[in-house]
Design a protein around this ligand. Structure first.
Ligand code: CP
Length: 318
């Protein structure tokens, strides 16, 4: 059951046409999205599952990287808001004939797209579209840069479970170097008053992260007793050019969340993971499916958070 509360920031603030990252957003804007998502969730729980907010609008999923949760969730969100949804995937498209990224997007827009949800391996690709298109643009993950709707749904889930973000200690564990989820979590959580620790092998978590205001740690067992939330980030082998730790087994031994390690944490610690999860690497099945895990709550909340984002952007003039 939702225990959503508002932070000190005044709610109801939103004037943006695009959602490109959480680094740019104020605390008040983040709270506006969270509160809007909470309102949509409440309506859904009361039986109002279908809303007319985007009636007549066309949402296009423009994905140049694989996705299960984000793409499907945006599709569900658009349908629940009464929009038409079109799925573009790069494989089988005319990109293979040399058409550029921007030309591809402009052609999709010319067919009537009002809101474009884009995932691309290149950091800044959504920003490029925002500069070149008339449609509203949502960043669904740009390389190692940001994944703002994942950050928002993580924060929404924590706030729902704990009633607040301010004063919480949140550990982001794993492949911080290659994680767009880490960056969006860091920006969003800190703006709402959380203390953030990043933890992982030194090859994936440099001391340089302290520049963003976070604490850097390498001993997960020592950190666990202090944290309220652990967000387990996937090892992104597809973005690593060389082996950055000796073996998966060693990573799991030092940083994987298993029952023994969980017993070092607070009794009410929350376990999050953005997914996809590698069972037995970042997390063992007993923890992933256990009582501290809110991994599937995150997925469910992703729907209402994305409905909130689509609704707020739609209110802005083109
Ligand atoms: N968390 C996340 O972005 O999952 P997908 O890659 O499946 O969309």
């Amino acid at each position: 059951m939702s225990t959503q509360t508002t932070s000190a920031a005044p709610p109801g603030v939103w004037t943006r046409k695009h959602l490109l990252g959480l680094e740019d957003l104020s605390a008040a804007e983040i709270v506006t999205v969270l509160d809007k998502a909470a309102e949509i969730k409440r309506l859904s729980e009361e039986g109002e599952r279908k809303l007319a907010t985007l009636n007549g609008r066309v949402v296009v999923n423009l994905f140049f990287e694989p996705s299960t949760r984000t793409r499907t969730s945006f599709s569900f969100a658009a349908k629940r808001l009464s929009a038409d949804i079109v799925d573009f995937t790069s494989s089988g498209s005319s990109l293979s004939k040399g058409e550029t990224f921007i030309d591809t997007a402009k052609n999709i827009e010319a067919m009537g797209a009002d809101l474009i949800v884009v995932r691309h391996k290149t950091p800044g690709a959504p920003h490029l579209l925002a500069q070149n298109l008339r449609a509203r643009v949502i960043n669904a993950g740009d390389g190692t840069h940001e994944h703002p709707t994942q950050g928002l749904l993580d924060i929404f889930t924590i706030r729902e479970q704990r009633g607040r973000i301010d004063g919480l200690c949140v550990a982001l564990v794993g492949d911080i170097a290659h994680s767009r989820v880490a960056r969006s979590n860091i920006w969003g959580l800190q703006k709402l008053g959380a203390h953030v620790i990043v933890c992982g092998p030194s090859t994936l978590v440099s001391k340089g992260w302290e520049r963003l205001g976070v604490e850097v740690g390498y001993d997960l067992d020592a950190i666990l007793p202090r944290v309220d939330v652990v967000n387990l980030l996937r090892i992104q082998f597809e973005r690593q050019r060389t082996g950055l730790f000796p073996s998966i087994r060693e990573y799991a031994h030092l940083f994987g969340m298993d029952g023994r390690r969980l017993s070092l944490a607070k009794d009410d610690v929350l376990i999050l993971a953005p997914g996809p999860i590698n069972r037995g690497v970042e997390i063992t099945p007993d923890v992933a499916d256990g009582p501290h895990s809110v991994i599937l709550d995150q997925v469910a909340n992703g729907l209402v958070v994305r409905m909130a984002v689509l609704s707020l952007l739609n209110e802005q003039p083109l």
